[in-house]
Design a protein around this ligand. Structure first.
Ligand code: NAG
Ligand code: NAG
Ligand code: NAG
Length: 520
């Protein structure tokens, strides 16, 4: 029997999940829906009950030509004639299990680190259960939560080994996150062969249709996924020729941007959005997001003034926008400033997909998990990375998350994981008034909403419109004497570019962009 790990059902016979239904009936419904492998897991019953239940389950799985795997118990697998066992790190080792089991038995191993994964492959495991992906309400042990980033690292490591084994992700996977899990865990040399699902099928009112829906989603990309375009020989020239058109697209589309933004800068960000020709909605209320997302706009999460309710509101909104494939921008303001913010970064990164993560060096380092230590406040601290390291950080985070990363500073670095572009435009007055960085998040959301095929080009177009307007404002010596008078002039110049673009006049852009491709 060949193993198809695609939809791997793990049983759970606790009353809260079975709700009085018979285990065998639930499993059979799930098989009808397309479950491709079943693991019987019961950590409490006596051996006699386990063997009896396993035999009943085996009679059913055989009818569907699907293997039955027994969790932990080699003896129960042998007594019931099941096709294999799944062993944890604390269970019997593979070598001992192989001595007891028939030669063709399937052996799966739970792993949560590269080291455990390599060892399991060397010892002859047939597949790995990689986890824990997400925290689940029933599992209080959270030390092994590795997320998509940790899963990808393990896949990368086993992808390089001579022996090829299967890999499934396990832990908190449900219909709303399954596509993202598969998409973001994909390493350059190996992807997941499937996902293990427990309560999202076992506890579903209709296990058959839940399984059917999983099969559908597993075989398709998530709605927000766009594969970056193939590299071009003259990337910078190509991008320069496309930016004015993208600005025209944005200006004529009036995209809606829903900003969940800090209260310090909400007014300014809304004015910037209006000036560029987009339509701002400032709402911190997560329950409103599903209604707002219907209009096809983008979402900005800016955690500048976090409070006790922010994260749950953000997560609701992110899920609503992700589900429709609308763009979501994350500005992790002050990410490293406090323990609360660090925890918020982790929760948000685990809770949804961000098309763009934008932040200064300290913020991007914190999101990447390579923090330079506590930030003093939410303003950008002194830089400790050189230009090449900044470019590499943007590229590595974008590659890991399969999204766009914009690392802002005197020079901005933008990457989609393949291309890295340095942007030298802007003016120092942008750093002298609050909210300019935050408003750039709203602007990026507007551009991503309109131009979806090349997200790097979309964000780059927004940054250039924004920074060239700032240069124009600062150069207006008759009107601008410092940061105070800069703000109204900046809004005027954004508006002037918008009006030019609306009329198809690209002269505002000619010869102005200072961009360079960085080859790492
Ligand atoms: C133990 O087995 C019985 C009989 O099959 C079943 O009803 C019960 O749910 C099982 N308990 C657990 C915790 O799995
Ligand atoms: C594996 O199982 C999935 C889910 O039922 C199914 O869609 C897919 O076609 C199967 N693959 C193979 C090679 O049989
Ligand atoms: C799916 O799991 C995530 C946790 O990873 C949770 O936040 C979300 O509410 C769940 N969605 C559904 C539909 O159960």
């Amino acid at each position: 029997m060949s193993i198809n790990l695609s939809l791997y059902l793990v049983t759970d016979s606790t009353p809260a999940i079975l709700k009085g239904r018979d285990l065998c009936t639930v499993v059979e419904e799930a098989l009808k829906g397309g479950v491709s492998i079943v693991q019987y897991r019961d950590k409490t019953n006596d051996t006699g009950v386990l063997v009896e239940t396993a035999k009943k389950l085996h009679a059913i799985t055989q009818r569907y030509n699907v293997p039955l795997i027994i969790n932990d118990r080699v003896d129960v697998a042998i007594a019931s004639g099941a096709e294999g066992v799944h062993l944890g790190q604390d269970d019997m080792d593979i070598e001992a299990a192989k001595k007891l089991l028939p030669g063709n038995a399937i052996i799966g191993i739970s792993v949560s680190s590269v080291e455990e994964a390599r060892r399991a492959v060397e010892q002859g495991a047939d597949y790995l259960g990689i986890g824990t992906m997400f925290a689940t309400p029933t599992k209080t042990n959270t030390k092994n939560i590795i997320g998509t980033a940790g899963t990808k690292k393990i896949l990368e490591a086993i992808g390089d080994m001579d022996r090829k084994v299967g890999a499934v992700s396990i832990g908190g996977i449900n219909l709303s996150n399954v596509q993202r899990v598969i998409f973001q865990s994909q390493a350059s040399n190996k992807g997941l062969d499937g996902v293990a699902v427990v309560s999202a099928i076992m506890g579903a009112d209709d296990p058959k249709s839940a399984a059917q829906e999983f099969v559908k989603r597993i075989s398709t990309l998530p709605p927000f996924a766009v594969l970056p375009p193939a590299p071009r020989p003259n990337e910078v020239d190509a991008l320069l020729s496309e930016v004015p058109t993208v600005v025209q697209e944005m200006v004529s589309a009036h995209p809606l941007v829903h900003s969940m933004i800090n209260f310090v800068v909400a007014n300014f960000a809304a004015n910037v959005a209006l000036a560029i020709g987009s339509s701002p909605i400032m709402s911190p209320y997560g329950d409103e997001a599903a209604d707002l997302a219907v209009h096809g706009g983008g979402l900005l999460i800016n955690m500048g003034t976090l409070n006790g309710e922010s994260v749950s509101n953000y997560l609701k909104a992110i899920q609503a926008y992700n589900a429709r494939g609308n763009p979501v921008v994350y500005d992790p303001v002050g990410a490293a400033a406090t323990e609360i913010r660090r925890a918020a970064v982790k929760q948000l990164m685990a809770g949804g997909y961000f098309d763009l993560i934008k932040g200064n060096e300290g913020e991007i380092r914190e999101v990447f998990g390579n923090s330079a230590g506590r930030q003093r406040g939410v303003d950008s601290g002194p830089s400790t990375l050189n230009n090449r390291e900044k470019a590499a950080l943007a590229r590595d985070l974008a590659r890991r998350e399969r999204n766009i990363v914009l690392l802002t500073g005197a020079v901005d670095y933008i990457s989609d994981g393949n291309r890295v572009i340095a942007i030298g435009n802007g003016h120092e007055f942008l750093g002298q008034v609050t909210g300019t960085g935050c408003a750039l998040g709203t602007v990026s959301g507007a551009f991503l909403t309109v131009h979806r095929t090349d997200k790097l080009l979309a964000v780059l177009s927004g940054v250039l419109m924004f920074e060239i307007a700032a240069e124009n404002a600062a150069a207006a010596e008759d009107r601008v004497r410092g940061p105070g008078s800069f703000v109204p002039a900046f809004l005027d110049e954004l508006y002037a570019i918008r009006e030019a673009a609306r009329k198809g006049d690209n002269s505002w852009f000619t010869g102005r962009a200072k961009i360079q491709e960085i080859h790492l």
